[in-house]
Design a protein around this ligand. Structure first.
Ligand SMILES: CC(C)(COP(=O)(O)OP(=O)(O)OC[C@H]1O[C@@H](n2cnc3c(N)ncnc32)[C@H](O)[C@@H]1OP(=O)(O)O)[C@@H](O)C(=O)NCCC(=O)NCCS
Length: 164
């Protein structure tokens, strides 16, 4: 397993990973048909320009990815936001998520002035919420009825943050 900073030429492989992960509802917010190459290329460019982009590579495939980037408004310049993590369902529970998240924190802290990182996870994604708490993120708020799943049911989104 190779944990490294991502590059622009990783877009195709990251797109394939997101397609796979989005087939299971309950993780990332987007439905499968909303995972487009434009979406992936967009966050990759944002993270390369003004944030952190980390991949986990195994046998030439990207099996895990995490990114975060700044919001682009000066009052939020110390905030690494839009953090999203995915690990291939074939490799979940093997410690890849933890490794790439720790790398994102390490690299994010190196960005001058960054003193806060934040993310949002749906309330039912208990595994992810516990995982983020184990890394030091705290629950800061609950956005009620923010998610409407494919069955038309509402659920809350949980805002989490960590400060340094
Ligand atoms: C959330 C996700 C990124 C975790 O990645 P992972 O590689 O499986 O995580 P790890 O193996 O590093 O485990 C991290 C922690 O998650 C927890 N965890 C892992 N597998 C678990 C399981 N099957 N059940 C409950 N908790 C579990 C553990 O607390 C673990 O910490 P520990 O190693 O200190 O015990 C991954 O499951 C994923 O991509 N899910 C789908 C997309 C998603 O939900 N993204 C987040 C949107 S907010």
């Amino acid at each position: 397993m190779n944990i490294r900073k991502g590059r622009i030429d990783d877009v195709d492989k990251v797109y394939r990973l997101y397609k796979k992960v989005s087939q299971t509802e309950g993780g990332i917010a987007r439905f499968e048909d909303e995972v487009t190459e434009e979406y992936v290329e967009g966050f990759v460019k944002n993270a390369l320009d003004d944030g952190v982009f980390i991949v986990a590579e195994k046998d030439g495939d990207i099996v895990g990815e995490i990114h975060g980037y700044k919001i682009g408004i000066r009052v939020f310049d110390h905030v690494l936001s839009n953090i999203t993590i995915v690990v291939s369902p074939d490799f979940c529970g093997e410690g890849i998520g933890k490794k790439i998240f720790l790398k994102l924190i390490e690299e994010g802290k190196k960005i001058e002035g960054v003193s806060r990182m934040e993310l949002i996870a749906r309330e039912s994604n208990k595994k992810a919420l516990k995982f983020y708490e184990s890394l030091g993120f705290e629950i800061e708020g609950k956005m009620r009825q923010r998610i409407k799943n494919s069955k038309g049911e509402f659920e809350a989104d949980i805002l989490m943050g960590i400060i340094f």
